[in-house]
Write a protein that binds this ligand. Sequence first.
Ligand SMILES: *Cc1c(COP(=O)(O)O)cnc(C)c1O
Length: 375
Amino acid sequence: MAPSLNRIEISRSALRHNFRVCRRKAGRSWIMPMIKADGYGHGMVECARVFAEEGAAAFGVAEAREGVRLRRSGIELPVYVLVGMVPEVIPVILVHRLTPVIVDGEILPEMSRQAVAAGVETELHIKVDAGMGRQGCHPSELLSLVRQVRELPGLRLDGIMAHFPMADEAASDNTWEVFARFTEAITGIAHELPPGCRLHIANSGGLFHFSRTSLDMARLGIALYGCSPDGGRPPASDDEILRPVMRFSTRVIQVRTVPAGTGLGYGQTFITDRLTRLAVLPVGYEDGYLRRLSNRAAVLVNGRRAPVVGRVSMNLTLADVTDIPGEVRRGDEVVLLGRQGDEMIGADEIAAWMETISYEVLCLFGNLNDRFYVD
Ligand SMILES: *Cc1c(COP(=O)(O)O)cnc(C)c1O
C-alpha cells in the first residue's frame, strides 16, 4: 500500500519530557497516564510503553477492549477501565486482569460470582460524583458500596476516585469545592476502608493548578501530550514547559497562479483580490482537518505562515502562498500542526479556529491519519 501524503509524527522524547515535568510536579503522588481514545490520538500502545519506562503506575482507558489491546501488547501494569462496566465485560475484565471502576452495586454480585468461580480476586475502584454531575455514585451511597464490596468474596476495594469538572480554570473555586466534597465523603468512612485504598481525583488541570489535590495518584492526559490544561496560557515557571508531541504534515500536490477575481472552491467563499499563488494540499475534513477551518486556519510553508483560503473539502485544501518567500514546489512539505523552521502552529491555536479544545484536535488528527514514531 502506498503511504499517504498526510503524516502524523509522534515524538517519543517529547512524551518522556512531559512525563518528567508531570512527575516533578506530582511529587510523591503516582501518575496514571490516560491513554483512552488511542492515547488522545498518539497511539495507546506506543505511549504506554514510553510511560511505563518512565515510571507510570497504571493506565486509564475507557472500555475493556482497550485494556485487552494493552495486555496483548505485553503491557503488565494495572489498567483501569473507567467507562462501560456492563455484565458482558466481566469475563474480559477477569481474564485480562483489568481494574474495573464501578459506579453502583448492581454489577457486583455477578462479578463476585465469576471471580470466585475463576479463583481470582478482582481489585476495583469506586467512582463518586463529587460535583462533576456526570457519572458515579452519590457521596451518601459510598459507605454502603464500600461495605458491599467488602462482604462479597473475590472482590477487593483498591481505590476511590472522583473527577473535576473545572480544574482547567485556575481561578475558579469549583475545584476546591469538589475536592472538599470528595475528601469529606472519604473522611466520613475512613475507618471502613481497607489499608492501602488509593484516592485519586486530579487530572492535568488539577495537578497544574491545584497540585495539593493530587492525593495518591494523578490521572493525566492532556499535559502528557504536551498541551496546557487551560488552553495555552504560559506556565508558572520554565521547568513546567510542556513539549508538543504531535506534528501533522502534508505535501504540496500542485502549485498554481490565478488572476484577481477568481472564486476558490465549493461555495466560492473566497474571491482573490490579486494575482494569487496557490498551493493545493491533499488534506481535508476526512483527515480531521475540519471544514470549520475554511478561510480561518494557516499552514506552514517554507517556515512561514500561509492562510487557508476557500472551503476545506473532503480531501483538498488551498493555501495562499503568494507572500511566501522562495520557491514553493510540488512535493514540498506543508505543516498543519507543529513546527517548521522558526514558526509553530499549536493544537490550541487550531482548536480556537475549530471552536473546540486541543483534546479534540489531537484525537481527530492522530486517529484519522497514519502515525510515525520518532525519537
Ligand atoms: C480523561 C480523563 C482524565 C485526564 O484528563 P486530562 O484533562 O486530559 O488530564 C482524568 N480522569 C478521568 C476520569 C478522565 O476520563
